[in-house]
Design a protein around this ligand. Structure first.
Ligand SMILES: CSCC[C@H](NC=O)C(=O)O
Length: 137
């Protein structure tokens, strides 16, 4: 369980991540620790940003760091254009996002949840799921 370095290699970050299993819970803890260690500059992280190609993301919902394994967007609405940055890249880039999303994921106890998110939280989740698919802004 420890904070890890954020990687910036775009070739590595362009790989699609594999499904997460119960064998990957240490990665989930490391990702949460790394997010907390970067709380002044990061809203969210994906596991491939710490060199682990597994479908795990972490993000702040208010002050609370939330970890999601195998997140999938099951519905979305309200497309808009926005500008985003990324800890693994420099500068800001334009990207399309949805204002409202429904996400199915497993928590760190491997329990399945289905939840709706909106606005900035939804934007961060979309950004991190893109990372799981090897997509950078
Ligand atoms: C608005 S989405 C921005 C997400 C970004 N994290 C990188 O994966 C960050 O700045 O935390």
């Amino acid at each position: 369980m420890a904070q890890q370095n954020i990687i910036h290699n775009q070739l590595t970050l362009s790989l699609k991540s594999a499904p997460a299993t119960s064998a990957d819970l240490t990665i989930a803890q490391d990702l949460r620790d790394t997010l907390l260690a970067n709380k002044d500059k990061a809203a969210g992280l994906a596991a491939n940003m710490i060199g682990q190609n597994k479908r795990i993301i972490a993000l702040f919902i208010g002050p609370i760091p939330i970890v999601m394994l195998n997140p999938v967007i099951t519905s979305s609405s309200g497309e808009y254009l926005t500008q985003e940055g990324c800890l693994s890249l420099t500068g800001q880039r334009s990207t399309k996002r949805f204002k409202n999303i429904t996400v199915q994921y497993q928590n760190e106890n491997l329990e399945t949840h289905k939840q709706e998110f909106s606005d900035f939280t939804a934007e961060v989740i979309q950004h991190e799921i893109d990372h799981c698919n090897g997509i950078l802004i």
